[in-house]
Design a protein around this ligand. Structure first.
Ligand code: NDP
Length: 326
Protein backbone atom coordinates (compact mmCIF):
# COMPACT_ATOMS: atom_id res chain seq x y z
CA UNK A 1 0.00 0.00 0.00
CA UNK A 2 1.16 3.58 -0.59
CA UNK A 3 -0.04 7.03 0.53
CA UNK A 4 -1.58 9.57 -1.80
CA UNK A 5 -3.91 12.53 -1.82
CA UNK A 6 -7.20 11.30 -3.22
CA UNK A 7 -10.03 13.52 -4.47
CA UNK A 8 -13.49 11.97 -4.30
CA UNK A 9 -16.70 13.26 -5.79
CA UNK A 10 -19.32 14.27 -3.23
CA UNK A 11 -22.95 15.30 -3.60
CA UNK A 12 -21.99 19.00 -3.51
CA UNK A 13 -18.63 18.90 -5.28
CA UNK A 14 -15.45 17.08 -4.26
CA UNK A 15 -13.32 16.39 -1.21
CA UNK A 16 -9.56 15.74 -0.91
CA UNK A 17 -7.98 13.57 1.77
CA UNK A 18 -4.84 11.55 2.46
CA UNK A 19 -5.46 7.86 1.70
CA UNK A 20 -3.73 4.52 1.66
CA UNK A 21 -3.98 3.09 -1.86
CA UNK A 22 -3.48 -0.43 -3.25
CA UNK A 23 -0.88 -0.50 -6.08
CA UNK A 24 -3.26 -2.85 -7.93
CA UNK A 25 -5.56 0.17 -8.38
CA UNK A 26 -2.96 2.24 -10.25
CA UNK A 27 -4.08 3.25 -13.76
CA UNK A 28 -2.75 1.89 -17.04
CA UNK A 29 0.79 2.71 -18.12
CA UNK A 30 4.05 1.00 -18.99
CA UNK A 31 6.04 2.46 -16.14
CA UNK A 32 5.71 2.49 -12.36
CA UNK A 33 7.54 5.30 -10.56
CA UNK A 34 8.36 5.64 -6.87
CA UNK A 35 7.64 9.35 -6.50
CA UNK A 36 10.04 11.20 -4.20
CA UNK A 37 8.83 14.76 -4.76
CA UNK A 38 5.93 16.54 -6.39
CA UNK A 39 4.88 20.18 -6.19
CA UNK A 40 1.85 22.31 -5.47
CA UNK A 41 0.89 24.39 -8.51
CA UNK A 42 -2.07 26.74 -8.95
CA UNK A 43 -3.88 24.01 -10.90
CA UNK A 44 -3.28 21.45 -8.12
CA UNK A 45 -4.72 23.89 -5.60
CA UNK A 46 -7.81 24.33 -7.82
CA UNK A 47 -8.15 20.53 -7.98
CA UNK A 48 -7.68 19.94 -4.23
CA UNK A 49 -10.08 22.70 -3.17
CA UNK A 50 -12.58 21.91 -5.94
CA UNK A 51 -12.64 25.61 -6.86
CA UNK A 52 -11.92 24.97 -10.53
CA UNK A 53 -12.98 22.23 -12.95
CA UNK A 54 -9.53 20.62 -13.14
CA UNK A 55 -10.39 17.03 -12.23
CA UNK A 56 -12.22 15.33 -15.06
CA UNK A 57 -12.75 11.91 -13.50
CA UNK A 58 -13.08 10.67 -9.93
CA UNK A 59 -11.55 9.38 -7.76
CA UNK A 60 -8.38 11.29 -8.74
CA UNK A 61 -4.89 11.61 -7.32
CA UNK A 62 -3.94 15.24 -8.05
CA UNK A 63 -0.45 16.48 -8.93
CA UNK A 64 0.58 17.73 -12.38
CA UNK A 65 4.29 17.23 -11.56
CA UNK A 66 6.35 14.30 -10.35
CA UNK A 67 9.98 13.30 -9.86
CA UNK A 68 11.19 9.88 -8.82
CA UNK A 69 12.77 6.54 -9.63
CA UNK A 70 11.42 3.89 -11.97
CA UNK A 71 10.62 0.64 -10.16
CA UNK A 72 9.26 -1.31 -13.13
CA UNK A 73 9.13 -0.68 -16.86
CA UNK A 74 7.57 -2.35 -19.90
CA UNK A 75 9.01 0.43 -22.08
CA UNK A 76 12.37 -0.52 -23.66
CA UNK A 77 13.60 3.09 -23.31
CA UNK A 78 13.51 3.00 -19.51
CA UNK A 79 14.87 0.65 -16.84
CA UNK A 80 14.32 0.22 -13.11
CA UNK A 81 16.53 2.70 -11.25
CA UNK A 82 16.23 5.45 -13.89
CA UNK A 83 15.61 8.91 -12.43
CA UNK A 84 12.76 10.67 -14.23
CA UNK A 85 10.40 13.65 -14.14
CA UNK A 86 6.98 14.37 -15.66
CA UNK A 87 4.96 17.57 -16.10
CA UNK A 88 1.39 17.82 -17.35
CA UNK A 89 0.03 15.41 -19.99
CA UNK A 90 -3.21 15.23 -17.96
CA UNK A 91 -1.55 14.03 -14.74
CA UNK A 92 -3.83 15.00 -11.86
CA UNK A 93 -6.64 15.83 -14.31
CA UNK A 94 -7.52 12.67 -16.26
CA UNK A 95 -4.76 10.31 -15.05
CA UNK A 96 -3.63 9.77 -11.43
CA UNK A 97 -0.90 12.30 -10.71
CA UNK A 98 2.18 13.00 -8.62
CA UNK A 99 0.85 13.92 -5.15
CA UNK A 100 1.41 10.30 -4.24
CA UNK A 101 4.19 7.92 -3.22
CA UNK A 102 3.67 5.94 -6.41
CA UNK A 103 2.51 6.62 -9.97
CA UNK A 104 1.93 4.57 -13.11
CA UNK A 105 2.49 6.52 -16.31
CA UNK A 106 3.21 6.21 -20.01
CA UNK A 107 6.86 6.25 -21.06
CA UNK A 108 6.31 9.05 -23.59
CA UNK A 109 5.34 11.38 -20.73
CA UNK A 110 8.67 10.96 -18.95
CA UNK A 111 11.90 12.88 -19.32
CA UNK A 112 15.20 11.77 -17.82
CA UNK A 113 15.87 13.93 -14.75
CA UNK A 114 18.04 16.90 -15.81
CA UNK A 115 21.55 16.33 -14.44
CA UNK A 116 21.98 19.86 -13.11
CA UNK A 117 19.13 19.44 -10.63
CA UNK A 118 18.20 17.09 -7.81
CA UNK A 119 14.70 15.56 -7.77
CA UNK A 120 13.73 18.15 -5.16
CA UNK A 121 15.04 21.01 -7.32
CA UNK A 122 13.22 19.64 -10.38
CA UNK A 123 9.99 19.89 -8.42
CA UNK A 124 10.89 23.31 -7.00
CA UNK A 125 11.02 24.30 -10.68
CA UNK A 126 8.12 22.04 -11.71
CA UNK A 127 5.44 23.04 -14.19
CA UNK A 128 5.73 26.66 -13.03
CA UNK A 129 9.41 26.91 -13.92
CA UNK A 130 9.15 24.95 -17.12
CA UNK A 131 6.26 27.21 -18.14
CA UNK A 132 8.32 30.30 -17.29
CA UNK A 133 10.96 28.99 -19.70
CA UNK A 134 8.36 28.30 -22.41
CA UNK A 135 7.28 31.95 -21.98
CA UNK A 136 10.85 33.19 -22.41
CA UNK A 137 11.31 31.00 -25.50
CA UNK A 138 8.12 32.62 -26.90
CA UNK A 139 9.58 36.10 -26.33
CA UNK A 140 12.79 35.03 -28.07
CA UNK A 141 10.82 33.55 -30.97
CA UNK A 142 9.07 36.91 -31.28
CA UNK A 143 12.46 38.59 -31.67
CA UNK A 144 12.72 40.14 -28.20
CA UNK A 145 16.32 40.33 -26.99
CA UNK A 146 18.08 41.74 -23.90
CA UNK A 147 18.58 45.47 -24.37
CA UNK A 148 15.31 45.94 -26.27
CA UNK A 149 13.53 47.47 -23.29
CA UNK A 150 11.61 46.50 -20.17
CA UNK A 151 10.07 43.04 -19.74
CA UNK A 152 7.13 43.05 -17.33
CA UNK A 153 6.22 39.97 -15.26
CA UNK A 154 2.83 39.77 -13.53
CA UNK A 155 2.08 37.61 -10.48
CA UNK A 156 5.74 38.16 -9.68
CA UNK A 157 5.62 36.62 -6.21
CA UNK A 158 4.07 33.33 -7.42
CA UNK A 159 5.74 30.27 -8.94
CA UNK A 160 5.80 31.17 -12.64
CA UNK A 161 6.56 34.82 -11.83
CA UNK A 162 9.46 34.15 -9.46
CA UNK A 163 11.24 31.76 -11.83
CA UNK A 164 10.57 33.98 -14.86
CA UNK A 165 12.24 36.91 -13.07
CA UNK A 166 15.28 34.85 -12.07
CA UNK A 167 15.67 33.57 -15.65
CA UNK A 168 15.12 36.90 -17.41
CA UNK A 169 17.56 38.71 -15.11
CA UNK A 170 20.22 36.04 -15.64
CA UNK A 171 19.75 36.38 -19.43
CA UNK A 172 20.35 40.13 -19.20
CA UNK A 173 16.84 41.52 -19.58
CA UNK A 174 15.65 44.52 -17.52
CA UNK A 175 12.73 43.11 -15.54
CA UNK A 176 9.81 45.00 -14.01
CA UNK A 177 8.01 42.82 -11.43
CA UNK A 178 4.30 43.44 -10.84
CA UNK A 179 3.05 42.24 -7.47
CA UNK A 180 0.04 42.75 -5.23
CA UNK A 181 2.30 42.39 -2.18
CA UNK A 182 4.56 45.30 -1.09
CA UNK A 183 6.20 42.96 1.39
CA UNK A 184 7.85 41.03 -1.48
CA UNK A 185 9.94 43.94 -2.81
CA UNK A 186 13.20 42.74 -1.25
CA UNK A 187 12.61 39.13 -2.37
CA UNK A 188 11.84 40.15 -5.97
CA UNK A 189 14.92 42.36 -6.14
CA UNK A 190 17.02 39.46 -4.91
CA UNK A 191 15.67 37.35 -7.78
CA UNK A 192 16.82 40.05 -10.20
CA UNK A 193 13.94 42.51 -10.71
CA UNK A 194 15.24 45.99 -11.59
CA UNK A 195 11.93 47.54 -10.54
CA UNK A 196 9.07 46.29 -8.37
CA UNK A 197 5.68 47.92 -8.90
CA UNK A 198 2.09 47.46 -7.71
CA UNK A 199 -0.71 46.02 -9.84
CA UNK A 200 -2.15 49.52 -10.39
CA UNK A 201 0.52 50.04 -13.08
CA UNK A 202 -1.68 47.74 -15.19
CA UNK A 203 -5.04 49.36 -14.57
CA UNK A 204 -7.47 48.64 -17.38
CA UNK A 205 -8.84 52.03 -18.45
CA UNK A 206 -10.86 50.64 -21.35
CA UNK A 207 -8.92 52.83 -23.79
CA UNK A 208 -7.72 50.75 -26.77
CA UNK A 209 -4.19 52.17 -26.55
CA UNK A 210 -2.34 53.61 -23.56
CA UNK A 211 1.23 55.00 -23.37
CA UNK A 212 3.57 52.31 -24.73
CA UNK A 213 5.89 50.93 -22.08
CA UNK A 214 6.86 47.26 -22.38
CA UNK A 215 8.90 45.38 -25.01
CA UNK A 216 7.92 42.01 -23.62
CA UNK A 217 5.57 40.59 -21.01
CA UNK A 218 5.02 37.33 -19.16
CA UNK A 219 1.50 37.24 -17.85
CA UNK A 220 -0.02 34.82 -15.33
CA UNK A 221 -3.03 37.01 -14.59
CA UNK A 222 -5.26 37.17 -17.67
CA UNK A 223 -8.45 39.25 -17.43
CA UNK A 224 -8.22 43.02 -17.21
CA UNK A 225 -4.52 42.87 -16.39
CA UNK A 226 -3.76 41.14 -19.70
CA UNK A 227 -6.01 43.63 -21.49
CA UNK A 228 -4.05 46.50 -19.88
CA UNK A 229 -0.81 44.83 -20.94
CA UNK A 230 -1.97 44.67 -24.56
CA UNK A 231 -2.83 48.38 -24.48
CA UNK A 232 0.58 49.34 -23.06
CA UNK A 233 2.95 47.25 -25.22
CA UNK A 234 5.50 49.03 -27.37
CA UNK A 235 5.30 48.56 -31.15
CA UNK A 236 6.36 44.99 -32.01
CA UNK A 237 6.09 43.90 -28.38
CA UNK A 238 5.42 40.27 -27.44
CA UNK A 239 3.27 38.96 -24.58
CA UNK A 240 3.54 35.34 -23.43
CA UNK A 241 0.19 34.63 -21.75
CA UNK A 242 -0.04 31.54 -19.56
CA UNK A 243 -2.42 32.17 -16.70
CA UNK A 244 -5.79 33.21 -15.34
CA UNK A 245 -5.04 34.21 -11.73
CA UNK A 246 -7.06 37.42 -12.29
CA UNK A 247 -9.70 35.94 -14.57
CA UNK A 248 -10.65 34.22 -17.81
CA UNK A 249 -12.24 37.18 -19.60
CA UNK A 250 -10.21 39.30 -21.98
CA UNK A 251 -11.82 42.71 -22.63
CA UNK A 252 -9.70 43.69 -25.64
CA UNK A 253 -9.82 45.69 -28.84
CA UNK A 254 -7.80 44.91 -31.96
CA UNK A 255 -6.03 48.30 -31.78
CA UNK A 256 -2.75 47.07 -30.20
CA UNK A 257 -2.52 44.34 -32.86
CA UNK A 258 -3.19 46.45 -35.93
CA UNK A 259 -1.70 49.76 -34.79
CA UNK A 260 1.32 48.54 -32.81
CA UNK A 261 1.85 45.07 -34.30
CA UNK A 262 1.98 43.36 -30.93
CA UNK A 263 1.96 39.56 -30.54
CA UNK A 264 -0.09 37.66 -27.99
CA UNK A 265 1.54 34.24 -27.66
CA UNK A 266 -0.43 31.62 -25.70
CA UNK A 267 1.47 29.05 -23.65
CA UNK A 268 0.22 25.52 -22.99
CA UNK A 269 2.60 23.47 -20.88
CA UNK A 270 0.27 20.45 -20.57
CA UNK A 271 0.28 19.17 -24.16
CA UNK A 272 3.51 20.84 -25.23
CA UNK A 273 5.41 18.52 -27.64
CA UNK A 274 8.25 16.47 -26.19
CA UNK A 275 11.03 18.18 -28.22
CA UNK A 276 9.99 21.59 -26.91
CA UNK A 277 9.88 20.28 -23.31
CA UNK A 278 13.36 18.85 -23.68
CA UNK A 279 14.57 22.16 -25.08
CA UNK A 280 12.94 24.05 -22.19
CA UNK A 281 14.49 21.80 -19.52
CA UNK A 282 17.90 22.03 -21.23
CA UNK A 283 17.61 25.82 -21.14
CA UNK A 284 16.60 25.68 -17.46
CA UNK A 285 19.76 23.69 -16.75
CA UNK A 286 21.80 26.34 -18.52
CA UNK A 287 20.07 29.51 -17.36
CA UNK A 288 18.67 28.88 -13.87
CA UNK A 289 20.80 29.11 -10.75
CA UNK A 290 19.96 26.06 -8.55
CA UNK A 291 20.77 28.05 -5.39
CA UNK A 292 18.15 30.64 -6.35
CA UNK A 293 15.66 27.81 -6.90
CA UNK A 294 16.35 26.55 -3.37
CA UNK A 295 15.91 30.05 -1.94
CA UNK A 296 12.47 30.52 -3.52
CA UNK A 297 11.00 27.18 -2.47
CA UNK A 298 9.61 25.66 0.69
CA UNK A 299 9.08 21.97 1.41
CA UNK A 300 5.74 20.62 2.64
CA UNK A 301 4.23 17.15 3.20
CA UNK A 302 1.35 15.50 1.32
CA UNK A 303 -0.93 16.31 4.25
CA UNK A 304 0.18 19.97 4.25
CA UNK A 305 -0.46 20.18 0.51
CA UNK A 306 -4.17 19.73 1.29
CA UNK A 307 -4.25 22.41 4.01
CA UNK A 308 -2.06 24.87 2.05
CA UNK A 309 -4.01 24.74 -1.24
CA UNK A 310 -6.54 27.48 -0.26
CA UNK A 311 -3.71 29.85 0.75
CA UNK A 312 -2.06 29.39 -2.63
CA UNK A 313 -5.28 30.35 -4.45
CA UNK A 314 -5.58 33.42 -2.23
CA UNK A 315 -2.14 34.54 -3.46
CA UNK A 316 -0.47 34.15 -0.05
CA UNK A 317 2.33 31.80 -1.06
CA UNK A 318 5.72 33.14 -2.12
CA UNK A 319 7.67 31.27 -4.79
CA UNK A 320 7.27 27.51 -5.01
CA UNK A 321 5.99 24.72 -2.79
CA UNK A 322 7.81 21.38 -3.12
CA UNK A 323 5.90 18.38 -1.79
CA UNK A 324 7.94 15.60 -0.21
CA UNK A 325 6.03 12.33 -0.46
CA UNK A 326 7.79 10.70 2.54
P1 NDP B 1 0.92 30.97 -7.99
O1 NDP B 1 -0.28 30.85 -7.14
O2 NDP B 1 2.22 30.47 -7.48
O3 NDP B 1 1.13 32.50 -8.40
C1 NDP B 1 0.10 33.31 -8.86
C2 NDP B 1 0.42 34.75 -8.49
O4 NDP B 1 -0.47 35.60 -9.21
C3 NDP B 1 0.18 35.07 -7.03
O5 NDP B 1 1.25 34.73 -6.20
C4 NDP B 1 -0.01 36.58 -7.09
O6 NDP B 1 1.26 37.20 -7.15
C5 NDP B 1 -0.70 36.77 -8.45
N1 NDP B 1 -2.14 36.93 -8.33
C6 NDP B 1 -3.00 36.22 -7.57
N2 NDP B 1 -4.25 36.67 -7.71
C7 NDP B 1 -4.18 37.71 -8.57
C8 NDP B 1 -5.14 38.62 -9.11
N3 NDP B 1 -6.43 38.53 -8.78
N4 NDP B 1 -4.70 39.56 -9.96
C9 NDP B 1 -3.39 39.65 -10.29
N5 NDP B 1 -2.44 38.83 -9.82
C10 NDP B 1 -2.85 37.87 -8.97
O7 NDP B 1 0.55 30.26 -9.37
P2 NDP B 1 1.54 29.78 -10.54
O8 NDP B 1 2.63 30.72 -10.69
O9 NDP B 1 1.81 28.33 -10.36
O10 NDP B 1 0.54 29.91 -11.78
C11 NDP B 1 0.12 31.20 -12.20
C12 NDP B 1 -0.95 31.10 -13.27
O11 NDP B 1 -0.42 30.48 -14.43
C13 NDP B 1 -2.16 30.27 -12.87
O12 NDP B 1 -3.32 30.85 -13.43
C14 NDP B 1 -1.87 28.93 -13.49
O13 NDP B 1 -3.05 28.20 -13.73
C15 NDP B 1 -1.20 29.36 -14.78
N6 NDP B 1 -0.32 28.35 -15.35
C16 NDP B 1 -0.54 27.99 -16.64
C17 NDP B 1 0.26 27.10 -17.26
C18 NDP B 1 0.04 26.82 -18.70
O14 NDP B 1 0.51 25.80 -19.20
N7 NDP B 1 -0.65 27.68 -19.42
C19 NDP B 1 1.32 26.40 -16.53
C20 NDP B 1 1.55 26.90 -15.19
C21 NDP B 1 0.71 27.83 -14.63
P3 NDP B 1 1.55 38.64 -6.47
O15 NDP B 1 1.00 38.56 -5.09
O16 NDP B 1 3.03 38.77 -6.52
O17 NDP B 1 0.84 39.65 -7.32
Amino acid sequence: MFNAIMIDKTRTGSRAGLRSVDPADLPEGEITVRVSYSSLNYKDALAITGRGPVVRQFPMIPGIDLAGEIISSDDPVYRPGDQVIANGWGLGEIHWGGLSQMARVHGKWLLPRPRAFSARQCMAIGTAGYTAMLCIMALEKGGIAPGDGDIVVTGAGGGVGSIAIALLARLGYRVVAVTGRDSLTEYLRRLGAAEVVGRSVLTHTGRPLQPARWSGAIDVAGGKILAALCATMRPGGVIAACGLAAGMDLPLTVAPFILRGITLHGIDSVMCPREQRMAAWARLERDLDPALVDSMSEEISLRQAITTAPQLLEGNIRGRLVVSTH
